[in-house]
Ligand binder design. Structure first.
Ligand SMILES: C[S@@+](CC[C@H](N)C(=O)[O-])C[C@H]1O[C@@H](n2cnc3c(N)ncnc32)[C@H](O)[C@@H]1O
Length: 267
């Protein structure tokens, strides 16, 4: 069997952690709260009532946890250097799920793919965790970039010229292929033959199911699919409904994560 050393993968080193101390984390960025000020005050009070190792943010409040994302120093560096706004700071646990999936998938045959890129922070955090410019895989990033086709979901900066700005962010990463266009049409002539890592984050059911139809069979055994919105309710609930059915027909169950993501381990 080929060892990681023989493959010369640029894997981050595991650092020492303090045996008797854990990291606390709190950021008041969450979604679906009617009165954020009152909620924030209550959460501040609640924090004082729990043991060390609390995490607050991104609609999570946990305690007595290791907060592994923050203990992993190479990850922490990649995340902090790439965070662009308070939402990126809040979703650190979600980002670490991506980073750990990516650590697994660099060992698996196939390319890396993200459908729904926005400004590219998900891609760049993962790549910087796994070697930065030495990242050993082709990474495809699909998005309409200059506009958001999901009604009511436009993000800051999505206007003419946005695609070029995202491209500029990756100018030192020749392994990144940013494909501009509406999915699934933009797969035409621009799609990976084999996939190791597939992150789907389109915020709409039609787009996500279309991506699964197109790419699922190309995901290698041992590859990982991450659905960013799967375990979120509210406007995202139709995604769970459709994706559960889609995977049930193929005899898969999606792992629902407390972060709001869903994970599928390809056989
Ligand atoms: C939540 S953002 C992606 C965030 C990114 N994955 C990250 O981790 O930072 C969702 C993106 O999906 C894109 N999108 C939604 N539906 C699409 C479709 N059918 N084709 C291409 N892009 C789409 C939007 O333009 C938007 O930029």
């Amino acid at each position: 069997m080929t060892t990681p050393e023989q493959l010369q993968l640029p894997l981050p080193e595991l650092n020492e952690i303090a045996p008797d101390q854990v990291i606390n984390y709190a950021i008041h960025t969450y979604w679906g709260v009617e009165n954020p000020q009152r909620f924030g005050e209550l959460m501040e009070e609640a924090k004082g009532l729990v043991g060390a190792g609390y995490f607050l943010g991104d609609n999570l409040f946990t305690w007595l946890r290791n907060n592994s994302a923050l203990e992993d120093l190479p990850f922490r560096k990649a995340w902090q250097e790439n965070a662009q706004n308070p939402a990126d700071e809040a979703i650190v646990w979600r980002r670490y799920i991506l980073a750990c999936a990516a650590y697994h998938c660099v060992h698996i045959p196939g390319d890396f793919v993200e459908c729904g890129v926005y400004v590219g922070t998900g891609i760049k955090t993962v790549m910087d965790y796994l070697g930065g410019q030495a990242f050993p895989k082709t990474f495809w990033g699909y998005d309409t970039y200059d506009y958001n086709p999901v009604e009511g979901h436009a993000f800051a900066g999505q206007q003419e010229g946005f695609y070029e700005k995202v491209q500029a962010r990756f100018e030192d990463y020749p392994q990144v292929r940013l494909i501009k266009g509406f999915l699934p049409d933009s797969f035409e002539d621009n799609e990976p033959e084999q996939v190791a890592y597939l992150h789907i984050d389109l915020n709409n059911v039609e787009g996500e199911v279309a991506v699964l139809e197109r790419l699922f069979d190309r995901v290698s055994p041992g590859g990982i699919i991450i659905l960013d919105d799967y375990e979120w309710a509210g406007v995202y609930r139709p995604q769970k409904q459709a994706e559960d059915q889609w995977f049930d027909r193929r005899k898969y169950r999606i792992f629902p994560l407390p972060t709001g993501q869903g994970i599928i381990l390809k056989r």
